[in-house]
Structures are given as C-alpha cells and as structure tokens.
Design a protein. Structure first.
Length: 294
C-alpha cells in the first residue's frame, strides 16, 4: 500500500515516535522487524507500529495501524518517516498521506539503500551502532493534535569474539580429527555456539574445515568475521571472510586450506608443529528486548 506525497506540515502540532534500534547492523541479515506498539491518544486512542524489512538492496519502512484498534474504521493522516543522525536531524526523510483502515499499512518499499546506510555512511546512520527511526503524524482534518513524544527501543543481541586457536601436533592429526571451542554468549537470553576444527576430505584432498553448530534452533544469528592463518612471525598468510545471515543447526563456515600445503611449509606455517588460526567473529542474535521507554 503506497504513500501519496504530503504537503509540508512543519509548524503544525504533531505526534512524534522515536525508535532506537541497538546493535542495528543486525538488520542487514534480512530481519523482519516490528517496533513496539504505540498509542496516539489524540487520534482517538488508535494503536500503531512501524515495520522494517531489507529486501535485496533496499530498505523498506512502513507505518501500520494495528488490527486490534480503538477509534473509527478509517482515519486519514499525514505522516513522515526519517532516519536520524547523532544530532537528531533527519539524514533521510519521506512523507505520505494515507486513509488508514484497521490493519492497513502505508510506507516506502525503497526508503533507503542498504549499502548507503550500513556501509558507505554507517558512521552517520549508526552512531554507536544505534539506528534511530522517527515517525511524525498529523491529522489530515483541521483538528489539531496534542503534541507528544513517545520513545521506544529494541535491543539486538551482539557478541564479539577474537582469539588465536592453536592446534598442536598438527602433522600427526588423522583424517576425521575434530576439536571444539565454545563461544559463550554475553547477551542475556542467547545461547552459546560451538566452533569445530575438523580435518575432512573434499575431492580426495584432506582439508582444514571450520564448522559451527548451535543448540538453540529458535534463535538464528547472523555471523560476520574472518579466520586467518598465521605464520611463525604472527603475520597473516591466508584468510577467509565469514558472512552468514542464516544457518541450520550445523554448518560449514569455511573449507580453509589443504593439509598437504601446510605440511610443505612446516618451518614457516607450523612452528613447533602448531597451526595458528586467528578467529574474529561478530555474532548477531534476534531482538532480546523491545518496549516503550516513557
């Protein structure tokens, strides 16, 4: 349901809803997210929410009137939706007018470009990794709204891990060897992940494989990061970038390097027969908390 272009409402009394999304980079993983529901008293006690979705390269943003709702069957309003910078001013803003029926929504299927928000201008849009969304609403009729500001917050879980994984006696490890490392979560309500170092056969060649598994199938995190092979001086010889926005209970993170290639350069890559892998991960969980703050 599209939005018609609205005339300027600056200077008219309005209702303002400000929604802060902590650890906002989580939104890049195709998350369908709804804001906490808010009530606009001066719009006949109607209930509303904002909806967010990343589709391809576009960010979609919508205003929805809740199905379970007081007030008239139809209510027409002017509104605008914005992403705010650290100074509280809009970085992107779109305006619309729509006659909202209970359960109906209106907004913008191309509100912003994902790469612009989360990559090219990430420091502007996500200061301290917080994305701030603002919605302002005006009566379409001559009646004046009572000015009011409502603050809401959604907090995604985020864990950061950085460590060097030292695999001892590497040259004597057999095909099928496996050792694990637990990635404990610091986010309340999020479960730990298990990282597996394995020697597997692919196409007749024995390779180092890094797998990951999770016990809680109800929370599907996204993972970004890097696994790097270090030489005897601690320099990076080879690395693999990790970026998963969905994974099953068990998945391969990467097929890293062939074992014979490592054994062919023992003095450089396996000092004291130890394989050293530097692992850096950011693990993004779903919303752990969401609610109205005032």
């Amino acid at each position: 349901m599209g939005a018609a272009t609205s005339t300027s409402n600056e200077g008219r009394a309005h209702f303002t809803y400000i929604w802060a999304i902590e650890n906002g980079y989580s939104l890049t993983f195709g998350t369908i997210l709804s804001s906490p529901v808010f009530i606009v008293n001066s719009l006949e006690m109607t209930k509303w929410s904002l909806g967010w979705y990343v589709f391809g390269s576009d960010i979609r943003l919508f205003l929805q009137r809740e199905q379970e709702n007081a007030g008239p069957e139809w209510i027409e309003i002017d509104y605008d939706l914005s992403f705010l910078g650290a100074d509280g001013l809009p970085l992107i803003k779109n305006t619309g007018t729509f006659p909202f029926r209970k359960g109906f929504y209106s907004g913008f299927s191309k509100f912003a470009e994902k790469d612009e928000v989360f990559c090219l201008r990430r420091a502007e849009f996500l200061p301290r990794d917080v994305l701030t969304v603002r919605c302002r609403m005006w009566r379409k009729t001559n009646k004046t709204l009572k000015p009011h500001v409502c603050f809401a917050r959604t907090r995604f879980g985020l864990d950061r891990h950085c460590f060097v994984w030292a695999i001892k006696d590497f040259s004597s490890l057999p095909l099928g060897y496996k050792t694990t490392r637990l990635l404990k979560s610091t986010s309340v309500g999020a479960s730990a992940l298990i990282l597996n170092f394995c020697l597997k056969e692919y196409g007749g060649k024995v390779c180092v494989s890094i797998d990951i598994e999770r016990k809680d199938v109800t929370k599907i995190p996204g993972i970004t990061g890097e696994i790097a092979l270090l030489d005897g001086e601690g320099a990076v010889v080879h690395s693999e970038t990790i970026c998963l926005n969905y994974f099953k209970r068990n998945m391969d993170l990467c097929r890293f390097v062939e074992k014979p290639k490592l054994l062919s350069s023992v003095n450089n890559l396996l000092p004291n027969d130890v394989l050293s892998l530097r692992c850096e991960f950011e693990i993004y969980y779903g919303p752990l908390w969401s609610g109205i703050e005032n």
